[in-house]
Design a protein. Structure first.
Length: 632
């Protein structure tokens, strides 16, 4: 049986592993490295370069080289080289193809199946784009799993079945994730090991690349002060500076200072060549990136809170990603968790090893693992009033299915639009729209009568499928969310953060939306009832009620929830008075009708002259005789 491989498709570096003799093994690439730079280039001769060869020529060929493409997954960005546009999926596919070829060279057989990892906080578009990249590379992607979850699998294997609650802090080149998992070890021969993700959080736009950029900007500004030259405007000089900054950052994880030496970095006419010489200390680097590292603090606290774990209660903390080698990062993690993080697991390789373990489990090579992952962000649909109605909350175990019943907002509405949302805000427009589709052919009916069932289905890859069905006709429409949506710079990373920062704002908006909906519904219902009552309501009263209904509709267009509720109370009170009068009038008429019936019965008895009259006369004679006796 052909082997399935595990691939960590990273922002800066990628890694591939395979299970051998029950253990994950990292595959060394032909260049002799255990990790491969996630860099793609087209040389001046038209040759496609991937990995270390592409990275080596970046200085002289920056315009034809693409790096850190992972941050663009799920967007519509393109990179033009030699007049041809390359999408992020295509460029990522080139990296995956190299991983595939390296594995085939090592195994001596074709490789067609793989498990590919993504950041836990990748949204649906990004996950789908990653899966498509694998398909473009000629791989059947067996599963898309979260990087922290993969790291936990590898950790569990390496620690000889040690159970407990663990936190995985994953700070890579371009993304940051934190997950809390509960690891349960089964009894040998009876149960399987269970990896249950309790919570996840993170930031898809934070990583080592941002640290590099801070250092690049600092060096460039210092050089500009001395020479008046901005190296960032020279592509080749900038590329050399990037490489030097990345190298210095790595060195400062183990040393207190690093010397940056870039001779002939640029030249000035009449002055000759310029050289860059500078010493960067660890303290200076930590000062430059202090706020970036601090951004991970919120995500760690959120993940621990949602998992119900307090500081000091974790059994283990695992560091994943090259950026976690920085002492400042390690100190922050220790301070937040109260646990000394493990440093004996290679942060560059652990994710690929976990992916290989999962691939082996799917292929049946090992059957002692149960993996229960979660969806990172809430999913829902847009409803009347720009409301996001959550169908599947964040941190729900996947795969999962959920459905809701909705109805139409207007009378005789023939079609409904389903807007699928992902995010944590109450207002629909402030969440990410994953896709829209229409369900047509709804039979004409008053609003609120049709029943539309909207079903959400998240598969094991975290990819969403949505369907809508009219319960009356059985007509159905569905959509599989694809990576066609474009993510803004503030997209997923803001969703949870802003939800916390704007809780009060969101609550006020929800109250306003509810008041508007209540006002609109009341106006519709009262107007309908008024028409049905017809002549029972005098024109003077009907006119006053209609005036207040129109006033309610106008007030409902505003932004004052209190004013809307006041208008609701006003029209309710007036209509209630009319209703009470109608009921009283109806009651009086009913009573009068009942009296008429009784009178008619008595009249009928009087005209017959039957036994009832005779009995009455006899009674009167008896009474008269009694009175006469008393007188005597």
């Amino acid at each position: 049986m052909a082997k399935a491989i595990g691939i960590d498709l990273g922002t800066t570096n990628s890694c591939v592993a395979v299970m051998e003799a029950g253990e994950p093994k990292v595959i060394i690439n032909p260049e002799g490295g255990r990790v491969t730079p996630s860099v793609v280039a087209i040389s001046n001769t038209g040759e496609r370069l991937v990995g270390q060869p592409a990275k080596r020529q970046m200085v002289l060929n920056p315009e034809r080289t693409v790096a850190s493409i992972k941050r663009e997954m799920g967007t519509r960005n393109t990179h033009t080289i030699d007049g041809k546009d390359y999408t992020p999926e295509q460029i990522s596919a080139m990296v995956l193809q190299k991983m595939k070829r390296d594995a085939e060279a090592y195994l001596g057989e074709d490789v067609t199946e793989a498990v590919v990892t993504v950041p836990a906080y990748f949204d649906d578009n990004q996950r789908t784009a990653t899966k498509q990249a694998g398909e473009i590379a000629g791989l059947n992607v067996l599963r898309i799993i979260n990087e922290p979850t993969a790291a936990a699998l590898a950790y569990g294997r390496a620690q000889e079945k040690k159970e407990g609650t663990i936190l995985v802090y994953d700070l890579g080149g371009g993304t940051f994730d934190v997950s809390v998992l509960d690891v349960e070890i089964g009894t040998e021969g009876e149960e399987r090991d269970a990896y249950h993700v309790l919570s996840t959080s993170g930031d898809t736009r934070l990583g080592g690349d941002d640290f590099d950029q801070r250092l690049i900007d600092y060096i460039a500004e210092e050089f500009k002060k001395d020479t008046g030259i901005d190296l960032r405007k020279d592509p080749q000089a900038l590329q050399r500076l990037k490489e030097a900054a990345e190298k210095a950052k790595c060195e400062l994880s183990t040393t207190l200072q690093s010397n940056i030496s870039l001779p002939f970095i640029t030249s000035v006419e009449g002055e000759g060549p310029k050289h860059l010489e500078m010493i960067i200390t660890r303290a200076k680097l930590e000062e430059l990136i202090d706020d970036l590292i601090a951004k991970t603090e919120v995500a760690v606290k959120d993940a621990m809170k949602e998992a119900g774990v307090a500081k000091g209660e974790l059994d283990e903390v695992i560091l994943v990603g090259g950026s976690t080698r920085m002492p400042a990062v390690q100190e922050l993690v220790k301070e937040l968790t109260g646990v000394e993080p493990r440093k004996d697991i290679n942060p560059d390789e652990v994710v690929a090893c976990g992916a290989a373990i999962q691939a082996a489990a799917i292929k049946g090579e090992t059957q002692d693992i149960v993996l229960m992952d979660v969806t990172p962000l809430s999913l829902g649909v847009e409803t009347l009033g720009d409301i996001c109605d959550v169908v599947i909350p964040r941190n729900t175990n996947i795969p999962t299915q959920e459905s809701r019943i909705y109805s139409t907002a207007s009378d005789m509405q023939p079609t409904v639009e389903i807007n699928v949302l992902q995010g944590e805000r109450s207002r629909a427009s402030q969440n990410k729209s994953l896709g829209r589709f229409h369900l047509a052919g709804i039979p004409p009916a008053p609003r609120g009568i049709p029943q539309i069932e909207v079903a959400f289905d998240i598969d094991a890859n975290g990819i969403l499928h949505v369907s809508a069905q009219d319960k009356a006709t059985g007509k159905q429409q569905d959509i599989t969310i694809t990576g066609s949506g474009q993510l803004s710079d503030d997209d997923v990373e803001r969703m949870v953060d802003e939800a916390g920062q704007h809780t009060e704002e969101d609550e006020k908006f929800r109250e306003l939306a509810e008041a508007r909906n209540q006002g609109d519904q009341l106006a519709y219902q009262l107007e309908k009832t008024l028409n049905e009552l017809g002549e029972k309501v005098p024109e003077s009263e009907a006119s006053s009620i209609r005036e207040k209904i129109e006033n309610l509709r106008e007030v409902a267009k505003g932004d004052d929830a209190a004013a809307i509720r006041a208008a609701i109370d006003e029209v309710n009170q007036e209509f209630a008075a009319v209703s009470q009068r109608i009921y009283q009038q109806t009651g009086a008429e009913a009573a009068a009708a009942a009296e008429d019936v009784v009178d008619a019965e008595f009249e009928a008895e009087g005209t017959t002259g039957g036994p009832a009259d005779e009995s009455a006369a006899t009674d009167e004679d008896v009474i008269d005789a009694e009175f006469e006796a008393e007188d005597q």
